[in-house]
Design a protein around this ligand. Structure first.
Ligand code: CTP
Ligand code: ZN
Length: 155
């Protein structure tokens, strides 16, 4: 068992999001819409040593199994994250996050003149993913291409 695993107890049932890009655990919770008010036990570990990533964050959500579909959006900021479903202390499913083809909401277009940035137009930003590694998104409204750096700055 690695040192990082010893910092937070194993959970009995729920979801462990592992290998989150360091420092992004709170952004992951924000994208998932988890505020803490739901009442589940949520454990957050940040900047722990990792063999694969140097440093990583981990989020453990007890009593709730998040589906890959719900979690995939976190690939925007944590492209190497793994989703582990835990039942009775055992990891029963493990998957890697995969960016959906279309991103709705969450981030804004970097073009200030884009219609999705007009406060009088209640338009949800929509982007198509044109590259996954590195992340490149194209705004559906103005065609502006957003790079990884443009996305990171928004969190
Ligand atoms: N975990 C947990 N509670 C459990 C089982 C696992 O919190 N009952 C956590 C582990 O601490 C780890 C993650 O879930 O952060 C994945 O567990 P496991 O697959 O056992 O670890 P590894 O083999 O190291 O995972 P990987 O190969 O994905 O790095
Ligand atoms: Zn735009």
């Amino acid at each position: 068992m690695s040192e990082s695993e010893l910092r937070v107890e194993k959970i009995k049932d729920g979801t462990v999001i592992d290998h989150i890009t360091q420092g992004n655990a709170l952004n992951v919770l924000r994208i998932l819409g988890i505020t803490g008010k739901e009442g589940n036990v949520v454990s957050i570990v940040m900047n722990v040593p990792s063999k694969k990533l140097g440093k990583k964050d981990i989020v453990k959500i007890e009593g709730r199994e998040l589906s890959p579909r719900e979690v995939n959006m976190i690939a925007l900021i944590a492209p190497k994250a793994t989703i582990n479903i835990v039942r009775n202390y055992q990891v029963v499913e493990k998957s890697k996050v995969k960016l959906p083809k279309v991103i709705k909401g969450i981030i804004r277009c970097i073009n200030p003149n884009c219609i999705s940035n007009n406060p009088r137009e209640p338009i949800e930003p929509v982007f198509t993913v044109i590259s996954e590694h590195p992340t490149k998104l194209r705004c559906q409204y103005c065609g502006m291409v957003m790079l990884h750096e443009d996305i990171e700055k928004q969190f």
